[in-house]
Each structure stands twice: as structure tokens, then as C-alpha cells.
Design a protein around this ligand. Sequence first.
Ligand code: IMP
Length: 428
Amino acid sequence: MKVDVLLGLQWGDEGKGKVVDVLTPNYDVIARFQGGPNAGHTLEFDGIKHVLNTIPSGIFHSNKMNVVGNGVVIDPILFMKEVDALTGMKVPINERMVISRKAHLILPTHRLLDAASEQAKGKKKIGSTLKGIGPTYMDKTGRNGLRVGDIESTNFEERYNNLKEKHIQLLSQFDFEYDLIEMETEWMKSIERFKSFVLVDSEHLINAQKKEGKRILAEGAQGTLLDIDFGSYPFVTSSNTITAGACTGLGVAPNQIGEVYGIFKAYCTRVGSGPFPTELEDEVGERMRKAGHEFGATTGRPRRCGWIDLPALKYACMINGVTQLIMTKADVLSEFETIKACTGYKYKGEVIDFMPFDVVGEELVPVYDELEGWSEDLTGLRSIDDIPATLQSYIDYLERILETPITIVSVGPDRSQTLMRESTWATA
Ligand code: IMP
């Protein structure tokens, strides 16, 4: 059995958590491969909303193994908060989750460095979630990091102190005040609790599970346009959010990847700074934000909203080798009589259909197709056969341009609001 991957094709917040939860019954193992508590994966069922940050979205299902892979970065304090919330709901986490020894630890000083660096950037700030993600991945690639497996070693505290001292040196270069003591005490307590979890060499475990014929779903965080290599650099996160990230973040060989599910919203959002060619900074964007409840699950920040960007989506399909598309939040567009889809950009006097190398400071004016919308409320639909004809046309249009079948359409946050579809795109 090959490993399937599910990831975001835009700037994150596409609804990955909900869809992973819906697909979990088809899998035995759900494995997170990158990112950390900067993610906020929202799931809704039985009238209750749950937000997961580091824990994989298969955790609510019994008899499934959830793996936090080596590519993930973990803040023990936030992790324990997540654990406590789930334990309060009687989710037997220890029975359902294992953690890679090779995952890196976010130290309190990583969070401080994140905040100090953002503050120093002023107007050029990335809009980081300030969870310490960038500094932790910097220590990983700089070969200074502390890994989860290190907590089992006898000199862990010494190694922690050495790294902390390096960070304090760095912090002294910023005009930044902080109080480390309280954070540190809580962090150490959380590390103690962390020792009760099942730590594994997850690359061996995943490959062994695969050999046994177990079905594995790799769950991405953030989105392709936030990828460290292919996103809108420097306004990106610090990990590879793309299919290749599932290989390095779990130890799965590239030729062992099966289906790649690419998730996108029927429109587009972005939280934090950076280029967003189709952004609507007007009343239309405001209506989108309201209708889509577009506020960050992790930070509560209002998300920037705009029309769907097809050149960016095509790029994401190419980079990830997407085999199936999943469209979410189709219900939000019921708000609009006409829908726009960006097919290219006016840039330096010509129309181009790709994102140029450097869009920061350059004017990219979107070129739009205008399509008829649907006014019907989609949230009560339970079968794809009942969707309005204009939504069907929108789906056909997107499949034609993206050259990939759309096999799931989500019409609301609840598990039940998910329409499965047999695409005829390839034969049409
Ligand atoms: P960081 O990963 O917290 O450093 O944030 C870098 C950029 O990625 C910022 O613009 C964040 O808003 C954005 N970002 C990080 N994680 C997510 C996410 O899960 N969803 C959406 N945006 C994110």
C-alpha cells in the first residue's frame, strides 16, 4: 500500500482538519509530517467544534494510529494544553498517538526569538503566529536543535541550558524585553509529562505498517503557497508544506506516495503579510470574511479574503502532483450573484499566467473570468446530485483549467456536510 497525502494548495486554512477527519475511516494511520502549533485544524461533529494544533486530525476515531512525524516541531507546553483538552473529552490519546523521537522541540527562547525578530522587522514583518516555528527550524538546519528523543538522555538539561544560553545571546541583540522564568518552569513540567507518551522511530514504524498493508494518510499543515521553497518567500512558514515534505517529514520514499489530495477553498484567504494578488480590500472581501467566518483558528486574526487564484492553484497542483482535488467552503459563495476566478495577472505591461519570482512591491493586477453564482443555501445538501447547476458549472470549469478531478465538495464545517463525487473530468 502506498502512502496517500492530503495537503493545502493555498495559504493554509483550506479545511484540512475537517477533511482528514472525514477520510480517517478509510485509513489505519494518520501522520502529521511538518509544521507545529502554528497550525489550527478545525473539526466539527455532534455540534461541537474542536481545534487541533499539533495532534493529527485522526485522533477522534478509535482503532486508528496517529503519528506526529519527524518533520513536526513541538512545543511541549502547547502540546500538553491540547492533550488536556482532549483528555477532558475522554479521548484516550496515549492509546491512539505516537511521537517521533526525531521531531524537534520548540523552546521558550525560540518563541521569544520569533517575537523579537518580528518586532524588529517592523512593517516588513511576516505576520508569524509567534509560536517559535522559524527559530526552531533554523536550529534544526543549523544543527543545534533539541529533539524529542533527547528528553530520554541523561544530559538533557545541560543541552537545554547550552541552547538557551545561545538564544539569550541572540536576544541581547534585540531591543526586546522578556520574562523567561515562568515560561521555563512550565516548559520543564511539560517535558516531564511528555515522557509518558509513546516515543518511536516513526520512519521504521510507518514503513513497517505500510509493509503490513496498513493504509496511511499523511496530513499536511499550512499550504503550498506558504512552502519554504515554493511559497511567496519570504512571507512563508519554515517547512516544506508540499508532497515532498511528506517524504522527508515521515521517512517515506518518493516512489511510495499514492494519491495526493489537494485541498482548496472555493475562494482564497491568507492570514499574515505577503502578496495576495486577488485580495479584496473592499465590501466584497468583508462579506466573504463574514460569510466564511474567516478568522484564524490559532491566532483569531481576521483573514484576508479574495477570489480564487487559478495560476497559483495550477502551480500548486504541479508542485504537489495532485491526483484529486477537494473543494471546501463552496457554501460561502452562495452570498454572491457572480463569482470571479483569476486566470492570469497583468504584470509589467503584459498578461502572464504564473507568479513571477519577485512580486513584493510589484503590481500584479488579476485578470478575471466572471461566472454565474448560485444563491441556494448549500449547507443542508447531503448528495452531490442535488447541487445547483451553476455550482456544477463552476466545478466543471475548475476541473478543466486545473486538469485534475474534484472528488469531494465541502458545504459546511460539519462532518456530515461533505459531498463525495465521481468525477467524469478525465472522460469528459
Ligand atoms: P509561522 O509559521 O508562524 O512563522 O508564520 C509564517 C506565516 O505563515 C505567517 O504569515 C502565518 O500567518 C502563516 N501561517 C502559519 N501557519 C499557518 C496556518 O496553519 N494557516 C494559515 N497561515 C499560517
